[in-house]
Design a protein around this ligand. Structure first.
Ligand code: COA
Length: 567
């Protein structure tokens, strides 16, 4: 079946549905919602069986839904309507929420229901809820709706006929709804307000007399002060007292500042923070090491999966420390929302010389990648419970084994960021896993891959687990199995032997040097594409067209050549 995605952007949820529907044998093309006439043109060119709107900020034009079946993915329970569905659900403290697939009609989010799914809401930020629970529920609901369409004869249920619909119309949540009362709000309430606005739009507040939006909030048990008082700083966050405790704010956006995009608080308010006392820093940098049954687990939960120069250096130090332990296996666990998304584009954008900071960051990333590749003391595993992109995806490939959850989305390519050549030894690890030709195709096609698809292509070794929890439990079981293998020493010797052979053919230093020479051209050369793309990405510039590799319906050869299909 031909499915057209009409979407605001190719975000994580859209990518996951793209992967799912392609896996189910459907052909999917994408058009960004730029203008009604562009959407109409896409429908005319592609002639889809169904149009799906996974992430829309405006209504679908009547000219389209009146003549074609259009399914809207709404991140709310049946009956819920409005543009701030998750914000209200989190802020109101709903215990259970859902995703509903509706047929587009004249009433925004008010169409007949094709499928719906529910899930419990954890105490997490909105973006986390969206990337995990909402995405999983949307995946199931869209699969059900599409299957119902394929089967034929299904009559979607009008909202009025749905028994006991709990949802209701809610307006756009405004900053006045989000406002924190530092005198009166307890820690739980402050966290809920910031969670409901994280990653977008943040809670408008004030720090050091300057307006800013707050993100990345953490409870700080054991700390307290006069409500609203700034108690000090931990990691890259400022700690502020609430009515009954304290919270740490890790990221802010200063709309009137020199850099009006999201940054670590310690960077956005560098001089102001330096006036405050430093509090005990332990555990505030997102890096955590655990050990059990001969296995070391290294967690690195960095906001948005972005890894700055300093974060890479700290992680490398933690990795080196893990290598000194009397364990046999090291598992690189990544973070809750992302495994890694590569170098820290926001900090690079804010640097005095973005080119120099790009170079420093990529060198630090390469140091880490090289240390993993050169490890002779342990078997290493990258356990991808969450998505990984660009350099972050290739960092995973430096481990001996790569395990992934089927629901993750991998973007093992760099070109979307202004034609970046890429580093992290991808020219060594990717062709070694999948061959030179296939590696070239993955890099050129610039498409997301699902966990299972990546396993079939041998980009990852094993794919298992239904959700984050079952994946992590299974990782621990498998890592333990690996550590007690009677032939552990032989496996280690085989790995060292293989590395030695590879080194004699082409040293790692040479891969690194060649990749970095290309990156240097990206950072310092005549072509400013990378700097332009990074600026657009960090400043969240709206799209003015759909990238050519996504809108296959605009390919004049569409009917002559089959769509690129991988795995
Ligand atoms: N540096 C800084 N911020 C990053 C980042 C990076 N490398 N990668 C993602 N982010 C941020 C985004 O700006 C966004 O911020 P927000 O909280 O303000 O919304 C958030 O992480 C989530 O990213 P988003 O693009 O919305 O997530 P997604 O799941 O839809 O897409 C990617 C994931 C990886 C495809 C996309 O984020 C991406 O292309 N990132 C850049 C990767 C890259 O080029 N890295 C540099 C080369 S190594």
């Amino acid at each position: 079946m031909r499915i057209l995605f009409l979407t605001h952007s190719f975000n994580s949820l859209t990518q996951r549905l793209f992967v799912d529907l392609a896996e189910a044998g459907h052909e999917v093309s994408i058009e960004f919602d730029i203008a009604d006439s562009v959407a109409e043109e896409a429908v005319a060119l592609y002639r889809p069986d169904i149009t799906v709107a996974p992430f829309l900020k405006r209504a679908i034009p009547a000219s389209i839904w009146q003549s074609h079946l259009c399914l809207v993915v709404h991140p709310g329970i049946v009956g819920d309507r409005g543009p701030s569905a998750l914000d209200w659900a989190i802020q109101r403290g709903e215990a259970e929420w859902g995703v509903t697939v509706l047929q587009a009609n004249a009433v925004m989010d008010g169409g007949a229901i094709w499928a719906t799914e529910t899930f419990p809401i954890p105490p997490e930020k909105k973006s986390s809820l969206y990337r995990n629970q909402v995405t999983e529920a949307a995946s199931r609901a869209v699969a059900t709706a599409v299957a119902r369409y394929v089967q034929g004869g299904f009559q979607p249920c009008p909202l009025e006929a749905w028994p006991n619909a709990r949802g209701t119309m809610r307006p756009l949540m405004r900053q006045t709804d989000r406002q924190i009362n530092w005198e009166a709000d307890d820690t739980h309430t402050v966290l809920r307000k910031i969670f409901a606005a994280d990653g977008f739009p943040g809670v408008r507040d004030e720090l050091f007399g300057s307006p800013c939006f707050l993100y990345d909030a953490h409870a700080e048990p054991g700390l307290a002060g006069r409500p609203g008082e700034l108690l000090g700083w931990r990691g890259h966050g400022v700690v502020r007292a609430t009515r009954d405790g304290a919270v740490r704010i890790g990221h802010v956006r200063r709309p009137d500042g020199e850099h009006p995009f999201k940054l670590p608080t310690s960077v956005a308010f560098a001089s102001e923070l330096a006036q405050l006392p430093q509090l005990d820093d332990a555990g505030a940098d997102g890096i955590r090491y655990e050990e059990a049954d001969g296995v070391g687990y290294l967690y690195f939960d960095f906001y948005n999966g972005a890894m700055s120069t300093v974060q890479c250096q700290r992680l490398l130090a933690a990795y080196r420390q893990a290598c000194t332990r009397a364990t046999r296996v090291i598992v690189l666990m990544g973070g809750e929302d992302f495994w890694s998304n590569g170098i820290h584009l926001n900090l690079i954008e804010a640097a005095d010389s973005p080119a120099d900071e790009s170079m420093r960051n990529i060198e630090a990333m390469d140091d880490l990648a090289e240390a993993i590749l050169r490890t002779t003391s342990h078997l290493t595993v990258a356990a991808l419970a969450a998505n990984a992109g660009a350099g972050g995806a290739f960092l995973a490939l430096t481990a001996d084994l790569v395990w992934a959850r089927p629901g993750i989305v991998l973007n093992p390519h760099y070109k979307n960021m202004g034609n970046l050549y890429g580093s992290e030894f991808w020219t060594y690890t990717l062709p070694k896993r999948i061959g030179a030709e296939q590696a070239q195709a993955v890099m050129q096609n610039r498409l997301p891959l699902g966990g299972e698809q990546a396993r079939r292509m041998r980009i990852v070794d094993e794919c298992f687990g239904v959700d984050m929890e079952s994946f992590r439990n299974e990782v621990k079981k498998r890592a333990w199995d690996l550590s007690v293998m009677p032939d552990h020493e032989q496996r280690l010797a085989a790995k060292i032997g293989a590395r030695r052979r590879d080194e004699s053919i082409k040293p790692l230093a040479q891969y690194r040097e060649l990749e970095l020479a290309e990156m240097q051209r990206n950072f310092y050369g005549f072509d400013p594409s990378y700097h332009y793309a990074r600026y657009q990405f960090v400043h969240k510039a709206p799209h003015s067209w759909t990238p050519r590799h996504l809108c296959r319906h605009r390919d004049v050869y569409l009917h002559k050549s089959p769509l690129p299909c991988m795995g």
